[in-house]
Structure formats: structure tokens, C-alpha cells
Design a protein around this ligand. Structure first.
Ligand SMILES: [Zn+2]
Length: 267
């Protein structure tokens, strides 16, 4: 740990858990321990999905059990993102897109297209770099720059942040807190970044770990994945939406995941 890290301000609050039986949140653990050393346990904890979901359900995106939050990372890609938007429109489902700032800067109209279609836009980072290896100032600039661009091209203030690779550094937690961004990871993923990903493998990975209230992670770009791997995700998407409908879950963006029950967002 560097001196700079040791002088970091107290850990910001992570999303509050919703149930009274909740275990201590990451912030609570840090306060109890009274040391920044616990803060550095964050990357290790957040990279272990099963443990993370149990200890930090809200950080993992666990919400209303009647719903599933659908999220996409790594876009916008001009050749890929519109295909996902088209499929979602066919199913009348809205989702949350965690955007990479440098990609949005090259294709800013894609941001507007997403919000015009009713989707939620959120912050993934300016580039797809592991924030564990970046200092506090660089991390803050990365998130702030992305948040500002997303806001400028869409007219919407992003509410959520998901770090590249799901690795939450202490600096990224502090930066997110200062920028009023809520960190959210996921409860189920398709492992769709792999060169060997297929429709069946993506669906199998997703549905194995998926429960009502969960948050699904897929990718609408291969900028950090095997070339063309998004095709398996795109092909799996209708089957995933059908399966959610079969299980009685409405699918929607993270921003509505904790909302009181209301009209269904989609199928
Ligand atoms: Zn990513």
C-alpha cells in the first residue's frame, strides 16, 4: 500500500441492502476494522461471485425478486450495439448499458440511440483497464470523464458504475462515491467473452445462477473479448428473455430493479 492510498478518505457507502437480516456491508466492515487494509480486500471479495452475492447482495445487483435486471457491458459498438437494441425492441424489454467513454466518444449518437429506445446508460470506464492498477487521481478522472460524456450525449445523469473486469479498487469506490455513482456488479453472467462461447454455453451459464431479483451480465461488444463472441450473446438473448417470462420474472434496467411492483417492463 502506498502512503497516498493509506491517506484515502473513509470508504464510501456501498448500496444499502434491503432486508433487515442483512449481513454487514463492505463499508460496515471497513468502519468496524478501522483500517484501510480491509478496503483492499474489496477486489478479492468482489471477484468471488458466490461469496460476493451472499455478503453484498445489493452490490451484486440483487433486487426485487419478481424482476431480473438485464445489463450489457463494453459498448457502444456501432456494428453490434444496434443489433442488441433491435432484439430488445422486439421483446419490448429495456436494459442498462455500461458504456466505455472512449468508444462513446467515437460514436456519440449511439448514446442517444440507447436512451431514445428507453435504455438506461451507465459508466463502465473511459477505457477497458483494470482499475486495480491505477491511482486515485487517474481513477477519478477516468470515471468523471466517462460520466460527463455519457451525460452530455444522452442528457441523462448516469446512476450506476461497474468497473472493468468487475474489479472494484478502493480508489474506484472513493471516486464513485464522489461522483454519486452506485457500484453494481452482477449475479449471473453468460461467460460470453470466451472464444468458445456458444448459444448453449451462454444460456447454460446464465440460467444456472439466475434467480428472481438477479442481475444478468452480457456484452454488446468484443472490445475486451474474443472477436465476434458477441454473436453467441445476441443469439442467446431471445432464449434468455423467453426463460425469464416462463419463470414469471419481468426484465428491465437496473434503475427499476428496486422499484415497487408496477407495470411490467417487458415480457
Ligand atoms: Zn467490461
Amino acid at each position: 500500500m502506498t502512503d497516498r492510498q493509506a491517506r484515502q478518505p473513509r470508504l464510501p457507502q456501498l448500496p444499502r441492502l434491503r432486508h433487515s437480516s442483512r449481513p454487514p456491508g463492505l463499508a460496515g466492515l471497513a468502519v468496524a476494522a478501522g483500517t484501510a487494509a480491509v478496503v483492499h480486500a474489496a477486489p478479492a471479495l468482489t471477484s468471488l461471485p458466490a461469496l460476493r452475492i451472499r455478503l453484498f447482495p445489493a452490490l451484486s445487483g440483487l433486487g426485487d425478486p419478481a424482476r431480473v435486471a438485464l445489463t450489457f457491458d463494453d459498448g457502444p459498438d456501432p456494428n453490434v450495439t444496434p443489433r442488441f437494441v433491435e432484439t430488445l425492441a422486439r421483446y419490448r424489454v429495456r436494459a442498462t448499458f455500461f458504456l466505455i467513454g472512449s468508444m462513446l466518444a467515437r460514436e456519440p449518437t449511439l448514446g442517444g440511440d440507447l436512451t431514445a429506445a428507453g435504455h438506461e446508460v451507465a459508466v463502465h470506464g473511459w477505457t477497458h483497464r483494470n482499475l486495480l492498477f491505477r491511482g486515485p487521481a487517474a481513477t477519478y478522472r477516468d470515471l468523471a470523464r466517462t460520466r460527463d460524456l455519457v451525460g452530455a450525449v444522452t442528457g441523462r445523469t448516469p446512476r450506476f458504475f461497474r468497473p472493468p473486469y468487475g474489479v472494484l479498487s478502493s480508489a474506484s469506490l472513493v471516486a464513485a462515491h464522489r461522483l454519486r455513482l452506485t457500484p453494481v456488479l452482477w449475479t449471473a453472467w453468460g461467460r460470453d467473452w470466451s472464444r468458445t462461447a456458444t448459444v448453449d454455453s451462454v444460456l447454460g451459464n446464465l440460467t444456472t445462477g439466475l434467480t428472481g431479483g438477479g442481475t444478468v451480465l452480457l456484452h454488446d461488444s468484443d472490445c475486451a473479448s474474443a472477436p465476434g463472441s458477441w454473436r453467441a450473446s445476441l443469439a442467446a438473448l431471445p432464449y434468455l428473455l423467453d426463460e425469464c417470462a416462463r419463470r414469471g420474472w419481468s426484465v428491465g434496467p437496473l434503475g427499476e430493479h428496486d422499484a415497487p411492483a408496477g407495470p411490467a417492463v417487458g415480457t
